[in-house]
Write a protein that binds this ligand. Structure first.
Ligand SMILES: [Zn+2]
Length: 181
């Protein structure tokens, strides 16, 4: 697929400028139609979703979520890092959420790399990152250990409704992971 200047300029937002310019233009169209929903910051469904940042995962569409329904916390892998615990703690203690849903997915990039990635970075830039890569081999097991990290966090108020899933990027279906397996 070409994005050269010879393409008919049917949508200037898609052909001119940088990708950020395109997004800013899209925002202007969005804001032109936007009406203040008058919502509170507290998620309507009292749920926080922790998911991989994968571009193929449209969380709101896949879970039937609407604006204002949930907190969305995303990173590479949907991994429960200290920073995710930080967000969940604020979500529960300051903004009233009670349920946590974890979403990993098929074909995740974190299955294709290893912790060796940190060493490679050190060799390249002279400094090893303090963070773990959090690579995994078995997506089901990684969902299980992620659920356990949430359930055992001393900072969270609600650890009784924590469920984990693998989203299939080819069918759009969620598969629930049994924490006990
Ligand atoms: Zn992923």
């Amino acid at each position: 697929m070409s994005t050269s200047a010879y393409q008919p300029a049917t949508d200037s937002a898609r052909t001119g400028g940088t990708v950020t310019d395109r997004l800013v233009e899209a925002n202007q169209r969005y804001a032109a139609e936007f009406r203040d929903p008058g919502m509170d910051a507290r998620p309507v469904l009292k749920v926080a979703v922790v998911a991989c940042m994968d571009a193929r995962l449209d969380l709101h569409a896949a879970l039937g979520l609407e604006l204002g329904d949930c907190h969305t916390i995303r990173n590479a892998g949907g991994v429960v890092t200290d920073d995710v615990i930080r967000s969940l703690t604020i979500s529960q203690r300051a903004l009233g959420t009670r349920s946590v849903i974890l979403v990993h997915h098929t074909g995740c990039g974190l299955e294709t790399i290893t912790e060796e990635f940190r060493i490679e970075l050190e060799e390249e830039v002279g400094q090893r990152p303090a963070w773990a890569v959090e690579a995994f081999r078995d997506v089901d097991q990684d969902v299980r250990q992620s659920m356990q990290r949430v359930r055992t966090s001393p900072f969270l108020l609600h650890a009784d409704d924590v469920r984990g899933f693998v989203f299939d990027v080819t069918t759009g279906l969620l598969r629930e992971i049994d924490p006990a397996e």
